[in-house]
Design a protein around this ligand. Structure first.
Ligand code: C5P
Length: 228
């Protein structure tokens, strides 16, 4: 018999996607006939290790309620905040699962095998785990558009999502980071500030964040999208 699912997906989806330059927030742009947000949420809804999917939306959002996933009994919706980590805190407060997998709404390409692997590691200990990519390019320290120096890349990783942690520990770490006035752009940085060392799990499949119009073009071609 399959063990009971211990993890909720937490999807911050309250951003406006300014860099996309579109009037429609990027999580509502069309990807192969559905919104980016539905594509992302469905990855978790189709995974039997996920209990519920908690989605933080913008307080002025008028689109979410008309999506088919809005009426899925496993979907919980809550208000997001003024920054990504505040949206994540709000969603964590609406979760009751022992573990959470925090995943950007704008990463609709996550594969099931990468999700399963990061869950395997993240559900194992208090430090948790994040999907990440080893740095492939030469890395420059820049200043005013010029190279200052080359940074050794051997120990550099790009942090992706999902990031999987014990919910109570992550909530405490994010609140601590908030009170310390630290800028938090992913969950692992809050955990690091509290002395944890999340495991780096190397992603095997494409899982980039849709940020610029060209990202959406690539995502659409990977989906074989001819509809939008
Ligand atoms: O803007 P960026 O791509 O870094 O946002 C990453 C994720 O955080 C997106 O899914 C976005 O909707 C979400 N976000 C949020 N609340 C904010 C800002 C961003 O949920 N205030």
């Amino acid at each position: 018999m399959k063990a009971e699912a211990r993890t909720d997906a937490v999807i911050p989806a309250a951003g406006v996607g300014r860099r996309m330059g579109s009037a429609t927030p990027k999580q509502y742009l069309c990807l192969a006939g559905k919104s980016v947000l539905e594509r992302t949420a469905e990855i978790f809804l189709n995974c039997d290790r996920i209990r519920r999917v908690v989605i933080a939306i913008n307080k002025s959002d008028t689109r979410f309620s008309s999506l088919p996933i809005a009426s899925d009994p496993r979907v919980v919706v809550c208000d997001g905040g003024d920054s990504r980590y505040l949206s994540v805190i709000s969603a964590l407060e609406h979760s009751t699962a022992p573990y959470v997998a925090v995943h950007d709404a704008a990463r609709p390409l996550l594969s099931t095998r990468d999700l399963e692997t990061v869950l395997d590691y993240g559900e194992r200990d208090d430090d948790g785990a994040i999907l990440a990519l080893a740095m492939a390019d030469t890395v420059k320290l820049g200043d005013e558009g010029r190279c200052l120096r080359t940074v050794p890349r051997e120990k550099l990783w790009r942090a992706l999502t999902p990031q999987v942690f014990k919910r109570e520990i992550l909530l405490k770490a994010l609140r601590y980071a908030d009170s310390a006035g630290q800028e938090i752009t992913d969950e692992a940085s809050a955990m690091e500030l509290s002395g944890y060392k999340p495991r780096l799990v190397e992603a095997r499949d494409p899982n980039f964040k849709i940020t610029l119009p060209q990202d959406l073009m690539i995502a659409r071609s990977l989906f074989g999208d001819k509809t939008c």
